[in-house]
Design a binder for this molecule. Structure first.
Ligand code: COA
Length: 192
């Protein structure tokens, strides 16, 4: 496996694979994925966009992650902003990188690909804080939750409902930069 940084056009070129990995990882229906495809293609043009991908030796996409600078006028930012106090907004949203997507193909999960992607993405991110949202789940049995807690993400909002989605989400955040941590270290040749 090879972890690589992606430029916006790299992600656009692999958009069908990106959407496929996203759909498999999240278990989403085809119709929903069609809508997401358009959003993802637009996200790559946002300020502060950063992306990483994990490729197999034969070039298959095993996982990816991306984010960008969180700013007013973005749907996710505005939803989160409206649920925070003034003090929380100042703390979390003033200079914030949003981790928008982080996914690993199910067959490849559990092998530190996600943690390497997250570490590489946050190392490239601009900002003094980062935020993400993830479905509410058992913190012990959910790998995503174990990952985010292990990276020091704390609760910003719990049981939060985004309009049009019946699931409850948590918004988690942490300060940037990350401290060095060797737990998910890749061999030097693989590091982004
Ligand atoms: C969540 C997801 C991206 C994680 O990727 P992954 O490659 O499967 O995860 P990893 O192998 O890196 O394992 C996460 C591990 O990180 C560990 N971890 C915690 N802190 C860590 C750290 N600082 N460094 C490295 N690993 C850490 C956790 O303990 C967990 O290990 P465990 O399963 O052995 O307990 C992936 O499982 C996935 O795509 N899931 C479905 C979609 C999803 O939930 N995406 C996130 C939605 S917001």
């Amino acid at each position: 496996m090879r972890l690589v940084p992606w430029q916006p056009d790299d992600l656009v070129r692999r958009l069908p694979d990106v959407v496929a990995v996203y759909g498999e990882a999240m278990g989403y229906r085809k119709e929903l994925l069609e809508t997401r495809r358009g959003y993802i293609a637009a996200h790559v043009r946002r300020p502060g966009f950063r992306a990483v991908a994990t490729l197999t030796t034969d070039g298959q996409l095993a996982g990816f992650g991306y984010g960008y600078t969180s700013a007013g006028g973005q749907w996710w930012h505005d939803q989160v902003r409206s649920a925070l106090s003034d003090a929380e907004r100042r703390t979390w949203l003033t200079d914030c990188f949003e981790v928008v997507e982080l996914h690993v193909r199910p067959a490849a999960q559990g092998h530190r690909i996600g943690s390497r992607q997250l570490r590489a993405l946050l190392a490239m991110a601009a900002g003094s804080t980062c935020l993400l949202s993830t479905p509410e789940a058992d913190e012990k049995t959910s790998r995503a939750w174990r990952l985010y807690r292990g990276f020091g993400f704390i609760d910003v909002l719990r049981d939060f409902h985004f309009p049009g989605d019946e699931r409850a989400f948590a918004v988690l955040g942490r300060e940037l930069p990350l401290a060095a941590d060797r737990r998910d270290a890749a061999p030097a040749a693989e590091r982004a």
